[in-house]
Design a protein around this ligand. Structure first.
Ligand code: 2AM
Ligand code: CA
Length: 262
């Protein structure tokens, strides 16, 4: 089975489970991780476990890394075919019922490069798929970033994940916050990045993302003509122990980098 088809099948098969859990949270187990706003639910764990089991059954030699538990690690030397899952991106939104926007994100990587990626927003049934070199699609329609060329006309999304992130954003991105046309914060990196791919927003800035937060959506936005980098403009790679992420429609990328303090 092709990896992109495997991703699509898994996302479609699990959408109803996540929707049902969102709609009936009675008895839902929720715990905290790094801080009070960093939540973990049984849904995150169940989706990740279902995915690991399915990869093991279909591609027995492949590796899975992901946000939760022992899977939250980088690939080791020699581990080349690696799947990267964020079972629920936007867990806080899921638990609180915000908007409601959250996504399942799955990337297939070879030697640290994403080859195929998929994001599903279960509540709105938005499915994003991309294969390297073949474009990206939203519910079957080809995606293209917007052609907005100036930051003061752009809609930029940020996330205020924890206190350190907020301090870093204020310290390094105040000029950006004061310049851009519109600012939004919806609490799901994958949803925000896919909005850039759709041309609905022009950029996404986060001071500290993990690889599973952007592995799939980076490919989706790049295949739609967008651009992704670290905050100093260097290439955005998956497993390099760095964390700042700037994703844009490409046209405003250089201006945005100039609005971020080194
Ligand atoms: P998550 O829901 O998978 O944890 C807004 O919080 C966005 O930033 C979400 O996509 C969230 O992903 C991500 N994020 C990254 N680090 C975070 C942290 N320490 N606390 C909360 N959210 C974090
Ligand atoms: Ca998550």
């Amino acid at each position: 089975m092709r990896e992109i088809d495997f991703i699509e099948l898994f996302l479609r098969e699990n959408a109803a489970y996540v929707r049902n859990k969102f709609n009936d949270k009675s008895g839902l187990t929720v715990s905290t991780k790094a801080h009070a706003g960093d939540l973990l639910t049984e849904v995150d764990l169940t989706i990740q476990k279902r995915f690991v089991d399915k990869v093991t059954a279909t591609f027995p030699d492949d590796i899975v890394v992901g946000e939760e538990g022992e899977f939250a690690r980088y690939p080791r030397p020699g581990e080349s075919r690696v799947w990267v899952i964020d079972p629920i991106d936007g867990t806080y939104n899921f638990v609180r019922g915000l908007y409601p926007v959250f996504g399942i994100s799955i990337a297939f990587t070879v030697n640290g490069e994403c080859i195929a990626g998929g994001v599903l927003l279960p509540m709105s049934d938005d499915l994003f798929l991309a294969e390297r070199g073949s474009g990206s699609y939203h519910n079957g329609h080809r995606l293209r970033v917007s052609d907005v060329r100036q930051a003061n006309e752009a809609c930029i999304q940020v996330d205020f994940s924890d206190l350190e992130d907020r301090k870093a954003l204020i310290k390094r991105a105040l000029d950006m916050l004061r310049t851009v046309g519109q600012l939004r914060s919806i609490g799901s990196a994958v949803a925000s990045i896919c909005q850039v791919a759709m041309g609905e927003a022009e950029g996404y800035l986060h001071m500290s993302l993990c690889p599973w937060d952007y592995a799939a959506s980076q490919l989706i936005v790049e295949e739609a003509g967008g651009m992704a980098s670290r905050l100093d403009g260097s290439p955005l790679r998956l497993f390099d122990n760095r964390s700042g992420v700037l994703i844009t429609n490409g046209a405003i990328h250089r201006e945005m980098l100039g609005l971020i303090t080194p």
